[in-house]
Design a protein around this ligand. Sequence first.
Ligand code: DP6
Length: 331
Amino acid sequence: MQQVFRSSYRAPSNIAFIKYWGKHGNQLPLNPSISMTLKSCYTEMSMQLSESSNMNVDSMLFEGENKPEFIPKIQSFLEKNKDKFPASFNISLESKNSFPHSAGIASSASSMAALASCLGDKFDFDLNQTSEIARLASGSACRSLFPNYAIWGKSSYLGSNDEYAIGFSEFHENFSQMQDAVLIISAEEKSISSRAGHELMNNHPYLKGRIDQANRHFDQIINAMMTGDFDSFGKILENEALSLHALMMSCENSFTLLGANSLKAIEKVRAFRKETKLPLYFTIDAGPNIHLIYPKHEEAAVKKFIESELKNLCQDELVIYDEIGQGRYKL
Ligand code: DP6
């Protein structure tokens, strides 16, 4: 009888403060990024693996349903990177997400971090190797393994590199209990995949400027997080998110992902901050949804503001309240 190895992991999603946007070679980032690991938005993945003479994904169940359309992406990642594994294998996968399927939240970070964790379990990979496998499956996934914050991409921060992410634990206690409330402005499928979005950086007229900016933002935000400086943190966070969208709008085949309600929410957040002086800031990924980042001690005032002024800008009034999390774990 064929030996079957089984492993199950829960891995969370993450929200980037400095964005990974653009790549080269085999999934290497154009610039360093830093993210906060989330807690309530996660994937649970179960893997059954048997060693074999070829690499094959036999089946993929998602939330109890057969999803053959999810197989080719994983299959090609495994084939392309088979030299990273000591043996080839056949796998069957089963996964589910904690967040609603239609919430417009990218699940590649959490699902590929969970898959890499299962594979790392089989082959006794250390954290660096597991993060590298996650990166090869989906760039942002390599940051989802770590508690609190993770850094990926070569930068002035000691130990950072392009191959795998590392944890960032030198943050000031002001940053120890950060919250992320996700305003689901639209739950519709994105009009452009992030994979295609990254490609548009290759011939971007602002490519050099962007790489310089990302490195500068990275150094500044690390400094703000180490010294507990919310004000500088928020300025960089918001500038970074808007720069990401400006890059999309100014590339050759320009596209826009922000919706009218995304802009309304941004204006309301700015007005709220001006009035209350509370440390509430936004960031945005490659989509229309707005992530609101704030410390736990301001939770009551922020929730009141969201419920009364922002919820009505969201599709089906959906807001997902999440917070800083502790990374993946074995189930
Ligand atoms: C805007 O990690 O989804 O969320 O490597 O092609 O799978 P692939 O891309 P992906 O890109 C994420 C882009 C981003 C910024 C970030 O998370 O850093």
